[in-house]
Design a protein. Structure first.
Length: 229
C-alpha cells in the first residue's frame, strides 16, 4: 500500500495482522530497549523491525540492529535512510539509499474518525475549513484522520533533516483528492507549507514538503519523500 505512494528508489516491506510466526528475532541491543515493555508494544516493535531488516536485505545492506535515537527516531546504517510505521493490524518500513533521497516519512492509521477534540488540537483554522469542504464532496473519507497521518509523515521527514521538534501547528497542510473510478481506493496528494524556517537540503532551503495518500483496506496511509538537492 505505502509502496504505491513512494518513488521507485524506495524499498517498502509491509505486514498485516499480528502473526508472531512472521516476525524475526530481535538483536540483543533491541531486546534491551523493550525488556520492560508490555506484550503489545513488544510485538509492534519486533514486527516493524522485521519489515525494516527485510527492506535492508533488498537494498543489499547487511541486517543490523535498529535502535531508537533522539525522540525515538530510528538510527539507520550509514548510507541508508528510512521510516517505519505501525498501527493495529499493519506494520511497514520504507528504506532508501541516502544518495537517492534527502529524507523520508511514512505513516499509517486506522481509517476512522479521530477521537473527539483531537482535530482542534492538531489542525489550523484554515485546515479545518478545507477538511469540511473535502468532507462535503467525499464523506466516505475520514479527512481528519488523514490530516493527522499527513502531519505524522511530515514530522518523520522533517526531524532527520533538522533534529528539531515540529509542532502540529507549524505546518499548514492542504490535501487534494485525485479523481477515481468506481471501485478504486480514494487517493491523492498533499502539500505541507512549513510555517517555521525550513531545513537546508544541500544549498536549497526547503519551504514545503509534498506527499501522497491513500485510503484502502481499512487504513489511511501517507508518505513524504524529500528529493536530494
Amino acid at each position: 500500500m505505502i509502496e504505491d505512494l513512494l518513488p521507485d528508489s524506495v524499498v517498502v516491506v509491509e505486514s498485516y495482522g499480528d502473526d508472531e510466526a512472521d516476525q524475526g528475532p530481535l538483536h540483543p541491543e533491541e531486546q534491551a530497549v523493550i525488556a520492560r515493555a508490555v506484550v503489545k508494544r513488544r510485538r509492534e516493535f519486533t514486527a516493524v523491525r522485521t519489515c525494516a531488516r527485510r527492506a535492508m536485505e533488498k537494498l543489499g545492506v547487511p541486517p543490523q540492529p535498529i535502535l531508537p535515537g533522539e525522540r525515538g527516531a530510528p538510527h539507520w546504517p550509514d548510507g541508508v535512510l528510512g521510516s517505519m510505521t505501525h498501527c493495529d493490524g499493519y506494520r511497514a518500513a520504507a528504506l532508501a539509499r541516502a544518495t537517492d533521497l534527502a529524507s523520508l516519512g511514512i505513516d499509517a492509521e486506522p481509517h476512522g474518525p479521530l477521537p473527539e477534540g483531537v482535530l482542534l488540537s492538531i489542525a489550523l483554522p484554515a485546515e479545518q475549513r478545507r477538511l469540511a469542504a473535502l468532507a462535503a464532496r467525499q464523506p466516505e473519507v475520514h479527512w481528519d484522520r488523514l490530516l493527522f497521518s499527513a502531519k505524522e509523515s511530515v514530522y518523520k521527514a522533517w526531524f532527520p533533516l533538522t533534529g528539531k521538534w515540529l509542532d502540529f501547528e507549524e505546518a499548514d497542510i492542504e490535501i487534494h483528492a485525485d479523481r477515481t473510478e468506481p471501485g478504486v481506493a480514494p487517493h491523492g496528494r498533499f502539500r505541507a507549507e512549513l510555517l517555521v524556517e525550513g531545513p537546508l537540503v544541500g544549498n536549497r532551503r526547503v519551504e514545503y514538503f509534498e506527499g501522497r495518500w491513500i485510503a484502502r483496506q481499512g487504513l489511511v496511509a501517507t508518505a513524504v519523500a524529500i528529493p536530494p538537492s
